[in-house]
Ligand binder design. Structure first.
Ligand code: HEC
Ligand code: HEC
Ligand code: HEC
Ligand code: HEC
Ligand code: HEC
Length: 493
């Protein structure tokens, strides 16, 4: 009897111990789960949660770093400087005043700075205060997803604001509102928005999964998918092309997580047309390379039948193009894209906070954070990494200045020839070559990495620009020996 009792006791103790271990395991699992999700839902977020402070209550770590984009930073070629107003690009490089003569960029053109400033810097630029602009400018400068949908609904789109954005109703509301707001005068449109880019613009409010919300990006990437340009760095597009293509390419449904880590930025950091004559668009119908975009612009006609151009150069009379921040396009031609390295890998690296790994939402120059941005992959001293970047940027900068010099020389030569009574026919070739040279120079000047995102491609483009500009000068010296002076089409590969 005593023995049985003793056995029973032992069994009980073992059972208790086993239960304890189970409890402990469960507790550890819960902690791990917590570390994985680290979300304490305080606020119910939905498709109308525009205010980042609401999101910040559930995701304080991401919110805190997001808010730091208001801190002024600069590196040799990055950031906007430390003054109240970002550094003036025109004062730093007077060649640009000649290159942009006759266009709003000759009046006010500054270095970019943190996301927190995107809406106020746009409201304040003389390009807006002294020139009439449209609501399309807001496409990349504000939290506008909900504003677009509201205007879309008011203009006949069906469904409600609570429909998920990624649904046929949500998309239709977004596109309708985008067209309507884009056509409004800037001052009316800007009254519809309150915040710079917000959480809702990059995240689904239920799952926090990445998503893209800019209508012009959704349209542009669909056109790109439908083109024949090889896109080895965008595997979901290559895959879609091999399918039945019944549904158009939709990044929110088809892109890989790694692609989304670049698409989130490619919503805005891209070349675009934003003027009064057509709805805002991204010119990717033939591909992302400089000459593919140029070929697309050259084939476009305005509603009045004229060939596409951004403005007529005041000194030379050439119909020229303006390039804007083609970061996604240039990155696409570089070794990092080819190796599957996304924008977020360098510009929003993971950082540890206790047991938790979060994405650094302080989007800025990676050179301010080499340890997290680069050394995760490149196991070498920080000085070595920054030295390699410096070599790339200095070489690119030197070539860029030479290409600008060549372009300015061509502009002066055309202006001179006009004064001396040259015929329109004699000026034609030179102006075409100015269009080509200027487009290329500006593509690399407006791109914000000073060549880093794709060094060899940047050098190729600048080399072509120098050649085009000098050929233009030769064309003016020999107005009758015209065959050598014809612009040569480059092959589009
Ligand atoms: C391999 C790392 C890497 C990747 C990937 C990368 N970048 Fe960069 N980016 C850099 C570096 C380095 C610079 C130069 C920063 C400087 O000069 O301070 C830069 C500069 C920039 C700048 C200007 C920064 C500033 O402070 O003025 C922008 C904007 C930018 N990149 C956007 C993008 C976008 C958009 C993508 C994806 C399409 C991307 N980058 C992909 C490393 C990267
Ligand atoms: C809604 C459009 C939009 C999206 C999305 C966006 N950006 Fe920007 N970004 C801007 C604008 C506009 C500015 C310039 C703001 C200014 O100068 O006032 C800017 C500035 C920057 C800068 C310069 C920061 C500094 O301190 O100088 C970097 C770097 C940058 N963006 C990288 C990125 C990356 C990486 C992503 C994706 C994770 C991204 N951006 C997503 C519009 C956007
Ligand atoms: C396709 C997205 C997009 C559209 C549309 C857009 N921007 Fe921007 N804008 C950006 C990005 C990205 C930056 C930061 C990179 C840079 O400055 O090169 C920027 C920077 C700026 C800046 C700060 C630097 C500078 O250029 O002085 C101003 C001001 C600005 N934009 C005004 C405008 C105006 C005015 C319009 C309408 C004509 C407009 N933007 C339309 C994406 C856009
Ligand atoms: C310009 C786009 C952009 C904006 C705006 C943005 N995020 Fe993110 N966010 C990202 C990217 C990129 C990641 C990395 C996602 C991945 O790898 O799947 C991320 C990741 C996250 C994650 C997942 C956990 C982590 O840290 O990796 C959370 C949560 C999050 N963001 C919350 C927020 C909140 C809250 C805001 C607003 C205060 C915000 N985000 C604004 C682009 C953005
Ligand atoms: C996710 C991994 C990853 C990150 C993060 C990363 N790189 Fe790289 N980097 C690569 C790969 C892969 C290559 C291609 C060469 C190779 O295969 O070793 C490369 C190549 C380079 C090269 C040679 C470029 C050329 O044209 O040949 C330089 C310079 C470089 N990286 C600098 C940087 C800097 C600076 C950063 C941080 C801003 C950075 N990388 C971040 C993976 C990364």
């Amino acid at each position: 009897m005593k023995k049985t009792f003793a056995y029973g006791l032992v069994a009980l103790v073992i059972a208790c111990l086993a239960f304890g271990v189970l409890l402990l395991k469960e507790n550890i699992a819960a902690r791990k789960e917590e570390a994985r999700h680290h979300v304490f839902k305080i606020v119910d977020l939905g498709e109308q949660s525009v205010d980042p402070a609401d999101w910040g209550r559930n995701y304080p770590r991401q919110y805190d770093s997001y808010r730091r984009t208001s801190e002024l930073t600069s590196t040799k070629y990055g950031g906007g400087g430390s003054d109240t107003l970002a550094t003036d690009k025109l004062k730093e490089d007077p060649r640009l005043v000649t290159i942009f003569r006759g266009y709003a960029f000759a009046v006010d053109y500054r270095l970019r700075r943190g996301h927190a400033y995107m809406l106020s810097d746009q409201r304040d630029t003389k390009r807006v205060t002294q020139h009439a602009q449209t609501g399309a400018c807001l496409h990349c400068h504000a939290a506008n997803t909900v504003a677009y949908r509201k205007v879309g609904l008011a203009n006949g789109a069906t469904g409600t604001l609570n429909d998920p954005l990624v649904s046929s109703h949500g998309y239709a509301q977004l596109q309708k509102g985008f067209e309507k707001v884009g056509a409004m005068p800037y001052s009316n449109a800007v009254a519809l928005v309150e915040h710079p880019v917000t959480c809702l613009d990059c995240h689904d409010p239920d799952s926090t999964q990445l998503r893209v919300t800019r209508p012009a990006f959704l349209n542009g990437i669909r056109k790109l998918a439908e083109s024949t340009a090889p896109l080895p760095h965008l595997p979901s597009i290559e895959k879609w092309r091999k399918g039945d293509r019944r549904e158009p390419y939709d990044p929110n449904r088809l892109a890989t997580r790694q692609e989304m880590r670049s698409f989130a930025c490619a919503q805005c950091h891209v070349e675009y047309y934003c003027g009064p004559k057509m709805t805002l668009f991204y010119p990717w119908d033939r591909g992302l390379k400089v000459e593919q975009i140029e070929a697309h612009y050259n084939s476009l006609k305005f509603p009045d039948g004229r060939r596409f151009f951004d403005w007529v150069h005041a000194d030379s009379g050439a119909e020229v193009l303006k390039a804007q921040h083609p970061e996604f396009e240039l990155w696409s031609q570089g070794i990092h894209a080819r190796s599957g390295v996304s924008c977020a890998d360098c510009h929003m690296p993971y950082k540890r906070e206790g047991a938790i790994k979060v994405s650094d939402h302080w989007v800025r120059s990676p050179l301010l954070n080499v340890a997290n941005s680069c050394q995760t992959c490149h196991r070498m001293p920080e000085e070595e990494i920054t030295a390699r970047v410096a070599i790339i940027q200095e070489r690119n900068h030197a070539l860029l200045l030479r290409a600008e010099e060549a372009t300015v020389a061509l502009i002066r030569a055309i202006a001179e020839a006009r004064k001396n009574g040259a015929t329109e026919e004699a000026l034609r070739s030179a102006r075409e070559l100015q269009r080509r040279a200027q487009w290329r120079v500006d593509f690399i000047n407006a791109e914000n990495s000073m060549g880093f995102h794709a060094p060899q491609e940047a050098a190729r483009i600048l080399g072509e620009a120098i050649d085009d500009a000098r050929q233009g000068q030769i064309a003016l010296l020999q107005p009758r020996a015209s065959s050598a002076a014809q612009p040569k089409p480059t092959s589009v590969k």
